[in-house]
Ligand binder design. Sequence first.
Ligand code: NAP
Length: 313
Amino acid sequence: MTLIPFLHQLSQAREAVWIDAFTLAAPELTLRPLRDLSEREKATATLAVLGDAKSDDLDALPNLVWAQNLWAGVNGIVDQCAARNIGLTRMVDPDMARTLSEYVSTAALTLHRDFPTYTKQQAHAEWVQHTVPLPESRTIGVLGLGEIGTVTAKQLAMNGFEVWGWARSQKDIADVTCLSGEDGLTRLLSHADMVVLLLPLTDATENLVDASFLSKMKQGASLINVARGGLIDDAALLSALDGGGVGHAVLDVFREEPLPLAHPFWQHPNVTVTPHVAATTRPETAAPIAAANIRAFLDTDEMPDVVSPKRGY
Ligand code: NAP
């Protein structure tokens, strides 16, 4: 039986769910919260599982060399791990990618079929029919073609949309026009009727969606953010929404979560807010993936697919 420290800020109920899922996935691994570890267990631990871990908690394990994050995004912990020379592996779960692509397809089809307009019309009992274009006449730009972005771009192409994608490195994905570099981004923004954000939050991407970015978007195009709130300059987006430069924004992630009550996004007629639900990590699918990574680390001493502290993802 191998003891795995569990560093998190979850409720006790969620903690119990994760421990049960790990027990089911790998009975030989015992996931134990930091508060229940003895001083000796803390001193000898070399690996840990993280779920919104606090950086102080990392200091409690002085010999930690590798950690498995339970979430796909690592922006809240990557620098803290790098500063302590701890390798960090993020959650890569195909079921999560599928679930997130389902959210983006739903949002894209909702916008494509003018549901926000019909919701406003219904409030005034207005019977006005708008033309229904074919999906192939609409271009959707997906920024970020990683584990989730690639699945999402393919799903949107299967829905019939023209799909363009953009990433740091040049990609080759069937049915998706792949671009990279500054010029590629400018081309995509001037062409896309909807822009989907699936980039990690890093020094290079923070506030990427600022006034300059928004001014390059096609007039009236929509924005769907399922990545991280810090990618968007909120004031610039509100101004673009008010001016009509951006037609509608579907936002699942925010700089501060829960989104503060006084934030203008809540009341804006052209904003759809969802409470960070595009894809939650499911213990039943994620625990077996984390357990397989832990087994590989224990067997080979090699850390599975660690994130690059320099790139931040
Ligand atoms: P990933 O596999 O790390 O992919 C990231 C993609 O972004 C890669 O294609 C990468 O390019 C590209 N990229 C990174 N920095 C860039 C830059 N400066 N310029 C251009 N492209 C850049 O990430 P993922 O697993 O697909 O996750 C994507 C996002 O979804 C993350 O922000 C994650 O936090 C978020 N997420 C949200 C939810 C939710 O419920 N809302 C759930 C899960 C994940 P290269 O391929 O060239 O490296």
